[in-house]
Design a protein around this ligand. Structure first.
Ligand code: NAP
Length: 536
């Protein structure tokens, strides 16, 4: 066995959270090593290079806020930046703060075993190399484990096939090709509208439609750029005041207390504005009151009816089994109009699942379809999937996967009883899992940095939450969730993924109490000398 490299802190993942955590902990004098499976930084924006990938958050609300210099130097070119620009931004950050010197690339962590006597984590990489550190910080992201569908014959296909979350680094040319896209979540929608521009023939296989709303992206001109740069303080203050870290926040009115005309006018206004206003800035009761939700659901269905020429196709695109906003709302640019193209076909597979992938295409409903390229936009083993892929064992050899067999249990979504000295950035039941993510990442990372500063000052060897604190937080997470229509619907929010063993029972993976309440709770815990944790 090779000798283990020793560090104070090991961080898994060099995406937005891992990069910032490295920067802050290095500043505190910790020796830190980041292990990253990819060949470069960027996490989500490194892996998801599929055509059409871009922000659904306003670019200037998404970048890091911690450095005045970065805010001055970096100029976003569009209101909703495309993936290549975002990846360039994250590489610029890595250069500026000299992060790469402490990141080991092409290093995938296979196991993390807690040494109870030594209060340290022993890490083994897939290539067998080893490392050891007092603290283990997971910065693995909530949507980092792409999942292929469970369909026979996937490897028999003789054409090219790709999962959107593992897209090749070289561009893929669709010109004149017969292409299939399977999946119509936020990723599928972005992919479909882009591929449709050049494809020979496109077939979309849809199981459940989603309520999509216009993104309304545009370039940022010089005047807007100057305005944005001059108002970063207000932009971040606004994000930090809203429920989910976006620029948009719920309207104080109730959908059912206003007149039909006022409601309709408000929905029209929101539908005509860029970004997530229609989801995050809607009447505050649409997430909790089915009657209120029905009004916006029908409004969006009507938009689909108006935009798609063939009524039968429009009908297939209208969700009927869940309400607007109870699953992630995909933002789109001409998505519905794609189905007006002569070379695009929508196949509804709700009642007739794809039977088999064949050498030349696939068989569905007894019909053979031939393709040159198949795109799997089938999503991720969300939030807990990244943890499940690593053999993580805590005190007495307890496996995290077993502990979370009935759904995750955590304290603040940041630590787990039985797993000392392990911190989970953007972990399950953490407000960052339902947030304009960099805003909540900064909160998570800064809170962990403050904790590790405290630990250094007090010469603490071990920190772990009490079972009571973990139970109380988990109960609170479910209590908040139970009031929302979200939790009555199958989606990655509720831990459902029928392509993954054991993910068929609804749990709840997010913390939906809002970023401000979460931040307040975390600050209170810290102010009370890390109440709920045992520090030794
Ligand atoms: P997703 O929302 O989980 O969607 C997966 C899609 O694949 C669904 O349409 C699903 O159908 C379909 N599917 C899965 N297995 C299938 C099978 N065996 N046969 C047929 N269809 C199958 O995944 P995603 O679209 O990758 O999005 C995940 C999350 O990533 C989003 O919710 C969002 O948070 C994030 N995201 C963000 C951005 C952005 O900010 N710009 C862009 C893209 C994604 P069912 O609905 O029937 O399960």
């Amino acid at each position: 066995m090779s000798e283990a490299q020793e560090f104070d802190v090991i961080i898994v993942g060099a995406g937005m959270s891992g990069m910032y955590q490295l920067h802050l902990l290095r500043g505190l004098g910790y020796s830190v090593r980041v292990f990253e499976a990819g060949t470069g930084v960027g996490g989500t924006w490194y892996w998801n290079r599929y055509p059409g990938a871009r922000f659904d958050s306003e670019s200037y609300s998404y970048g890091y806020s911690f450095s005045e210099e970065v805010l001055r130097e970096w100029s976003w070119s569009e209101h909703f930046s495309a993936q290549p620009e975002t990846l360039r931004y994250l590489n610029y950050i890595a250069d500026k703060f000299d992060l790469r010197t402490d990141i080991q690339f092409e290093a995938r962590v296979a196991s993390a075993i807690f040494d109870d006597a030594g209060n340290a984590w022993d890490i083994t990489m897939e290539d067998g190399s080893r490392a050891r550190a007092q603290f283990l910080i997971t910065a693995i992201g909530p949507l980092s484990t792409p999942v292929m569908p469970k369909i026979n014959g996937i490897e028999d296909f003789q054409g090219d096939y790709f999962h959107t979350g593992q897209w090749p680094h070289e561009p893929v040319d669709f010109t004149g090709k017969r292409v299939a896209v399977i999946g119509t979540g936020a990723t599928g929608v972005q992919t479909i509208q882009e591929v449709a521009k050049t494809v020979g023939h496109l077939t979309v296989f849809q199981r459940n439609p989603n309520y999509c709303a216009p993104l309304l992206n545009s370039p940022i001109d010089d005047e807007a750029q100057a305005r944005i740069k001059a108002s970063y303080d207000e932009i971040f203050a606004q994000c930090n005041s809203t429920h989910s870290g976006f620029l948009h926040d719920a309207d104080p009115r109730l959908a059912l207390e206003v007149s039909d005309e006022e409601r309709k006018a408000f929905y029209e206004q929101r539908y005509g504005e860029p970004g997530f206003g229609i989801w995050m800035g809607n009447f505050r009761d649409i997430f909790v009151d089915q009657g209120a939700n029905d009004t916006i659901s029908e409004f969006v269905r009507e938009k689909i009816r108006q935009r798609v020429k063939d009524p039968a196709v429009a009908e297939k695109l209208m969700p009927r089994n869940h309400g607007f906003g109870t699953r992630r709302v995909p933002l789109e640019t001409g998505y519905y109009e794609v189905y007006n193209q002569d070379n695009v076909v929508l196949v509804d597979i709700k009642d007739t699942p794809i039977e088999k992938i064949t050498a030349t295409g696939l068989r569905c409903g007894g019909v053979e379809h031939e393709f040159d390229i198949i795109i799997y936009a089938t999503g991720f083993d969300a939030v807990t999937g990244g943890f499940d892929k690593i053999d993580i064992r805590g005190v007495d050899g307890l496996r995290l996967k077993d502990k979370w067999g009935q759904g995750p249990r955590t304290y603040l979504g940041l630590q787990i009883e039985g797993f000392p000295n392990m911190l989970t950035l953007v972990g399950p039941h953490n407000a960052a899992s339902f947030c304009n993510i960099p805003r909540c990442i900064e909160q998570n990372v800064e809170w962990v940095a403050d904790l590790l500063a405290y630990i250094k000052d007090h010469d603490i060897k071990r920190i772990v939450p009490t079972l009571a604190a973990e139970d109380e937080w988990t109960e609170h997470v479910y209590d908040v969730g139970s009031k929302l229509l979200f939790t009555k619907v199958d989606s990655w929010f509720t831990g459902i993924n029928r392509n993954v063993e054991g993910k068929t029972k609804r749990t709840f993976l997010l913390y939906a109490g809002g970023a401000p309440a979460y931040r307040e709770k975390c600050d209170e815990v810290a102010a009370n000398d890390y109440e709920g944790f045992v520090l030794q």
